[in-house]
Design a protein around this ligand. Structure first.
Ligand code: MN
Length: 263
């Protein structure tokens, strides 16, 4: 019996030949990983920490392993709909109940890195998305909308979190754009290079944190602290983003990879 040619056998051939490459969209997860800061009236999320259980020593002579401690929303991570009050009543809204089909999706990458270099509080608008669609085609249902800002190229937590006297400053989404993406384009969710899917100043917006409010209020997902979005084409890549199966989890750190055509 000869092996049947399928789209998956072709994919393996393409991966082996290098015509399709795997791009890591994930930040390293360690004690230096930046964590979102909230006003002191709210409970903070702890930084990542790790302690050794054993390291080929008297606690385990032939094995090395660690205990880790971290908030669910640390480093490159997934936001489930239950993370926000607007998404709390959906079925299958937690990390353990989201259908696994939704962990694989096409990626539409909108590059606003030039705009963000000029204005760190840049907000993506519906008009910019529609101009992008004029060039690259309509965003298909169930695709990730990835916002390339090059924010992940900032070095050091101070520059990455960019907190000033009036709070953090970083790019994000205008509320009308989020509604458009969720309701009129039915995206899987949005992915960003910043510490959270909302803009740094979004706590002052009306409503506060509109990306979380409307995305999760439509049962959509978020991906934060992504990197290497500059290695993806505007369309044609596939993102694999499967959170840990935490029971009743609101999100989780994860390894996000993209399959993309090699140039
Ligand atoms: Mn989050």
């Amino acid at each position: 019996m000869s092996a049947r040619v399928t789209v998956l056998s072709l994919l393996v051939e393409e991966l082996n030949s290098g015509r399709v490459k795997v791009v890591d969209l994930t930040q390293p997860l360690g004690a230096d990983t930046p964590v979102i800061g909230l006003p002191p009236i709210f409970a903070p999320s702890p930084p990542f920490s790790m302690e050794t259980i054993s390291s080929y020593d008297q606690n385990g002579p032939a094995w090395y392993w660690n205990t880790i401690h971290l908030g669910e929303h640390t480093g490159t991570h997934f936001d489930a709909p239950v993370h926000w009050i607007t998404g709390k009543d959906f079925a299958n809204n937690t990390t353990d109940t989201i259908p696994v089909r939704q962990f694989v999706g096409a990626a539409c990458v909108i590059d606003v890195s030039k705009e963000v270099a000029l204005y760190e509080d840049f907000l993506l608008t519906r008009e910019v998305v529609q101009a992008w669609e004029g060039e690259h085609g309509k965003i298909p249902r169930g695709a990730w909308l990835l916002l390339r800002t090059d924010w992940s190229k900032r070095t050091g937590n101070e520059a990455f979190l960019n907190v000033k006297a009036d709070g953090p400053h970083s790019p994000g989404f205008h509320k009308d754009c989020v509604k458009f993406l969720a309701q009129e384009r039915d995206v899987l969710g949005v992915g960003v290079e910043t510490v959270g899917t909302d803009a740094g100043q979004a706590g002052t917006f009306d409503p506060p944190f509109p990306c979380h409010t409307f995305m999760h209020g439509a049962g959509k997902f978020g991906l934060a602290s992504l990197k290497n979005l500059d290695q993806l084409p505007p369309t044609g890549a596939i993102v694999i983003a499967a959170p840990l199966k935490i029971v009743n989890g609101s999100g989780s750190p994860l390894r996000v990879v993209a399959l993309t055509p090699a140039e």
